[in-house]
Structures are given as structure tokens and as C-alpha cells.
Design a protein around this ligand. Sequence first.
Ligand SMILES: Cc1cc2nc3c(=O)[nH]c(=O)nc-3n(C[C@H](O)[C@H](O)[C@H](O)COP(=O)(O)OP(=O)(O)OC[C@H]3O[C@@H](n4cnc5c(N)ncnc54)[C@H](O)[C@@H]3O)c2cc1C
Length: 513
Amino acid sequence: MEPNKVIIAGGGLVGSLAGCYFAKRGWTVEVYEKRPDPRAEANKGSRNHKSINLAISARGLSAVERLGPATYSKVKSITLPMYGRMIHDIDGKTLHGQAYSAKGEYINSIDRGLLNHLLLDQLDDHGKTARNNVKVVFDCILDTCDFKTKTARFRNQVTGEVIETKGDLIVGADGAYSVARRRLQSATRVNIELKYIDHLYCELEMKPKIRSDNSTDFAMQMDHLHIWPRGTFMLIALPNLDKSFTCTLFMPLATFESLKTPEDLSAFFRKYFPDALELFGGEETIAQEYFANPKGDLFYVKCSPHHYKGNGVIVGDAAHCTVPFYAQGMNCGFEDIETLDRLLVEQAKISQGKAAETGDDSDIKTHNLTPEQIEAALIKYSDCRPRDSASMIDLALHNYVEMRNNVNKLSYKLRFMIEKKLSLWFPSYVMPLYSMVSFSKLSYTEATRRWNAQTRAINRLVTVGTEISAICIAASLVCIVSALSRRGYAPFARLNGLRIPKLQEIFNLFRSQ
Ligand SMILES: Cc1cc2nc3c(=O)[nH]c(=O)nc-3n(C[C@H](O)[C@H](O)[C@H](O)COP(=O)(O)OP(=O)(O)OC[C@H]3O[C@@H](n4cnc5c(N)ncnc54)[C@H](O)[C@@H]3O)c2cc1C
């Protein structure tokens, strides 16, 4: 029996990971990627207008780990740990470190290009070790696909050749502007919400500093994610293996438009990011970078369902493009692929009469699943992923305000500190939101629900604590005053004989405020 064939549109981060999974499970894999091979010497360093580096955390790493220990250690070897935020004050001198976790957990900075190369190499290796069942075709753009007939048409952008192909499953991993998503809409009723936010981003490179002996070093502390929060806008920086930092300026469109000349930019940086200006190497360098680099749009897409019958599914940004403020877009896309794999494996186990949740999955093959079994997996997939990815997008929108406006406020620091402490004392009941999102695999929906519940509980605790403290202070004052007045201490003598209000009355007084 011929193994099932999957056609994957898009060989970016999520598409190449999906290819690795399907190849590992014995499928015949065809990946079509619009760009030229990014590993070819001539194309190295070419940008695809997305961030140069990103943060990979628990969900992304878990999906990589499930592929096998060798892939996992290769990926880990190109990461740099970031243990917390380093907040840069507007005075250009003061820095505050904020650990992400009370347990020393960290997120990882990783180069987008290197990760993509590594996954494409893995995909090639799977092709070699299996029965040559992997084909990756570059320069090929998805023109259209039909989810009803499981066919797709690609066009080679160099030769003009048109490739028509038919498979057992179509996977749309063609990113935020997905053609596959639009085609899914013509196969079935798909609810779509697409919204641009009023902010754009621009990347700026902070080169390594050169020491007196000509060796290089990071210009700032390398084990943190640096943030310059400035209310309506912010600058962030993530470290790279070559000791540079990739900095990203997130600002409203109007602010970008107001910076028309190098002089405007210098004045802006001197006012808001004085230390960064130094670290970038001065006004001229920053102006060259800023005016040459593209300003990227930020928008999100929520849609549901993500699949059509057992015929096709959209994954990654094609299904849930997000604003990048929780560093979860790729992590969520990788989680899509792990979830899809688990559901297909579950079907394979059921068909073999094995209990779905038991045993080591690593050698299970899914290439012989019937269309009905694939459909059963995809129905379960669309039961959870649209909802969870929508929750992830809401969390990211919320976190933008936290990052640019709140991280440096006392109220935020207090709440973060209380959550971290409580999570150490009552780990079964309290986990900071950041930990649920970045260091756990709780679904984004469940993380949001737990966070809302625990925020209500913590707020109540803080209110009751404040009330009790206020009552104690008031009661102590009343006792002191009445004692002094009874002893005839002149300023309070007139109060002698007054009844001390009952504690309950004071309590009620505070409650009514
Ligand atoms: C500034 C910024 C910072 C970010 N930081 C983080 C972070 O720290 N952590 C994180 O988890 N996420 C982050 N993200 C999100 C992350 O970049 C995306 O979620 C991730 O790239 C999605 O991967 P993907 O493979 O689904 O899509 P993409 O990376 O967009 O890949 C899609 C691929 O499909 C190809 N393609 C497109 N159209 C076609 C077509 N018609 N035919 C064939 N091929 C096609 C493209 O060339 C591309 O290679 C960030 C995003 C931005 C913009």
C-alpha cells in the first residue's frame, strides 16, 4: 500500500517542522516554498521581512524535542538563554533586572534563519534515511489549491513551470498572507477576524563592542531581554550568537511618520533612549539603520475552523498570525504541529488496538491512516487550536501594554513579585501568567482562565490584607489616644470618656470606601 502523501505549502519555520514530523511518521512529503533555498550561499543573509531573531520557549522546544533528542540538542546549541527582562530607564543610567521566574526558568533567543536552515537540513536527512520520501521545492509559489479534491497548483517563479500535484492531505503553512487560508474559505465556512494595530516595527542592529585588544563582546548584559518601555512605544533587544543584539522599535505609525530626518531621529533617541544611542555607536549609525530598514505592519488573524474534512488544515501564521508581544507566534505554530502529530498518532494507535494515551510514540507510523481517521484527528484539532490560538493572540495584545507601559510601574512590580512568591509557596494554586505561557504547556485558554481566577483571588487577598492592616493601625491609634487621654495628657484630655468605636464599625467604614 502506497503511504499517504502530504503537500505542504510554505517551508518557513512551521512548514519545515511539519515536514519533519510527516517524514518521520512515514508519509511521502512534498514541501513547496516561495523563496529560494535560504541555505544556498547566494541567499544567506537575505531577509524575509520578519524578525531576525526570536524567543523560543517551552511549547516550541517541546515540539522540537518530540522530533528526537538529536534535533533537540542541535536546536538548543544555537540558543542563548534570557533569564529575565532588563529595564532601561529614561535617564539612560538606571537598569532594573526582572527575573522571569522564581525558579530560574528562562526563554531562549534563537536566530530565525539558523533555525529554518536546521529544520530544512533535518527534512533532507529524513528524506535520505527513509525511502527518499521527501521533496522540497524552492522558488515555488502556491497559486491555488482545492481542499475538496486535495489538489494544489504551484508555479516556479524562476522557470515559470506550473506544477499540479494531488495528495492525501494539504497543509497550509504559507504564513500570515496565506493563500491556503483563502482557499479553505472557498471549501467551507471559515470565520475570519483580521485586524491591523496602529503600531509598526523596525529592526536595528546593535553591533558587538570592540575591546582594546580587538576582541569583541556583547554591548549589554547578554542573558536578558532588554526593554526600554516608554508608554506608547518601546525598544527591545535580544542577543545573537555573534554577540550583536537585534533591537526592535515598536511605535505608533504617527510617531514613525514624525521622524523624517536624521536630526529628528537623533533628538528622539537622545530624549528617550540616551544609553541605546551610545550603544548603537552614535547618531550616524542609528540613522543609517533606521532609514534603510523596512517598517513592518503588525496585525492578527483569528479564524475557525482550521481544517476541511480529512483533506486539509492550515497551521502556524496561516491560521493565527499574531502581534509578537508574547513571543508566542512561532511557539504556538510549533505547538500546532505537535498537537496534529499527537492526534494522528492517537488514530494510528486506535487502529492498532492500542490505548491512545500509553507508551512511547516515537516509532509509531501514521502514513496508512484512512481519510476517515485523518478527519477524526482534524476534527479534534479544530476543536482546540482555533480557540487556543485566539487566546494566545489576546494575551499578546494585552502584553504589549504591559511591556511598553507597565513593567516599570510599582503596581506591576508588586503584583509580579506577589505572584512569584505565592507560586513558590502554593505551586498547585498560583503560577504567574508569564510562566503559564512561556514555561508550561497549559493551553493558552486554560492559562487565561486560571490567570483571571488567580488575579481575582490575589486582588481580594490584597484588599483584605489592606483592610486588616488599616484596621490594626486605626485600632492602635485609637488605643494610644484613649490611653493618653485617660492619663490626662493635655492634648487628648478632652477626649476622655469618649467611647472607642467598635472594630466592626471601623471595618465597615473601610469597606464602604
Ligand atoms: C517582529 C516579530 C517578532 C517575532 N518574535 C517572535 C518570538 O520571539 N517568538 C515567537 O514564537 N514568534 C515570534 N514572531 C512570530 C513568528 O515570526 C511567526 O509566528 C512564525 O514565523 C510563523 O511561522 P510560519 O512558518 O507559520 O510562517 P512564516 O515564518 O511566515 O513562513 C511562511 C513561509 O511560507 C512561504 N510562503 C508564503 N506564501 C507562500 C505561497 N503562496 N506559496 C509557497 N510558499 C509561501 C514564505 O516564504 C515563508 O517561508 C515574531 C514575529 C515578528 C513579526
